[in-house]
Ligand binder design. Structure first.
Ligand SMILES: [Zn+2]
Ligand SMILES: [Zn+2]
Length: 366
């Protein structure tokens, strides 16, 4: 065993990423150590680098969703089915931990993603506390973190193509209560939007429409069960995009609209695309990008709209999304979301490509 491993460290917002050596992690009782196979670069990492998230304990090792092989465990561990976790097994893990199961949010509101004790690998974990992020040659799995074996036959690159968008996208579709025969509009063609679109189609939507940019992301959408896409470049005026949706819904608007853009102005626009008594889910406003003005009478009250937020995802969403990936990847090919693979020492380049939307998703192969 080497004494040290390498990890990419985000020392502060806007600072160049550094490759640093860390003591090779050892598992605590009930924990494990993974040999990292792949870890994702996603929009959240760009936000982290731009300092757009509050309370991030820089320096951090980014990388929340990752997969790897079990190198060592601290005693016997089981997966959620009660099957033993074995050395060498290909696993991922639910990146959220510390959710207490004892507070008001957990027990009374049953809103575990709002538990104040909740922590996330690669986001709220400091590099001072260990190798708790995926942009590293090894990852320390703390006791209580849920390991999840990748089902047989699942291509690790396909899994990473879904990445954190798997759980988030499934959660958003669940919130939207997509029903058989629905028309669903997804605003945004990043990984969350693409996964939401795929899960809307798998939920039995008769038509899934994606509005986004740039063109290569929309091409991926059309290869993955999305019926039609609209490029923002071809319809720069919001009113034209509303007309486009209404033209495809007998003038009524969509049964459900899922916002996955990060742009506050998408919200009033998306509400205009919604039919009377439709469901609108906001999942793309992960950072505070500012305010938007809606007309409460026209957009919500008279429309009899249901407007829902969607924060993070729970283990159930991640687990079920991976089961769907295992079932449908042969046909849908989540692998196509991975535009580029990088070694760790090109972390800055990977982040820049993500920020410039040059890639749908990038991954590290440490
Ligand atoms: Zn709690
Ligand atoms: Zn992510």
């Amino acid at each position: 065993m080497p004494e040290t491993i390498r990890a990419a460290v985000m020392t502060a917002p806007r600072a160049a990423l550094e490759i640093r050596a860390f003591p090779a992690p050892r598992p605590a009782p009930g924990g494990a150590v993974l040999q990292t196979l792949l870890s994702e670069v996603c929009g959240t990492d760009v936000h982290l680098h731009h300092g757009r998230l509050a309370g991030v304990p820089y320096p951090i090792i980014p990388g929340h969703v990752s997969c790897g092989r079990v190198l060592e465990t601290g005693g016997s561990l089981n997966d959620v089915e009660g099957r033993p976790i074995t050395t060498g097994q290909l696993v991922t893990f639910y990146d959220v931990f510390g959710t207490c199961g004892a507070c008001w949010h957990c027990l009374v509101a049953r809103a575990a993603t709002r538990c104040p004790h909740r922590r996330v690998y690669g986001i709220t974990t400091s590099a001072r506390d260990g190798v708790l992020g995926g942009w590293a040659e090894r990852i320390e799995i703390l006791p209580g973190v849920r390991l999840l074996p990748l089902p047989d036959g699942v291509d690790p690159l396909a899994f990473m193509g879904g990445g954190c968008g798997l759980g988030t996208g499934l959660h958003a579709v669940e919130r939207a209560q997509v029903a058989l025969g629905d028309t669903v509009v997804v605003q945004g063609s990043g990984p969350v939007g693409l996964n939401a679109a795929v899960f809307a189609a798998l939920s039995g939507a008769a038509s899934v429409l994606v509005i986004g940019a740039p063109a290569p992301r929309l091409a991926v959408a059309r290869e993955m069960d999305v019926d039609e896409t609209l490029d923002l470049a071809d319809a720069p005026a919001p009113a034209d995009r509303v007309v486009w949706v209404r033209a495809r819904t007998a003038g009524r608007g969509a049964d459900a609209v899922i916002e996955a853009t990060g742009n506050p102005q998408a919200v009033p626009e998306g509400l205009e695309m919604l039919r009377d008594a439709g469901r609108y889910v906001i999942v793309g406003q992960y950072t505070d990008a500012g305010d938007a003005t809606i007309n409460p009478h026209r957009h919500v009250n008279r429309r009899h709209a249901t407007v829902l937020g969607c924060w993070g995802y729970e283990f159930t969403h991640f687990h079920r999304a991976i089961a769907l990936l295992a079932r449908h990847d042969r046909r849908l090919g989540w692998r196509r979301l991975v535009s580029r693979q990088y070694p760790l020492d090109r972390a800055g380049e990977a982040l820049a490509a993500m920020a410039a939307l040059e890639v749908v998703k990038a991954v590290f192969r440490p």
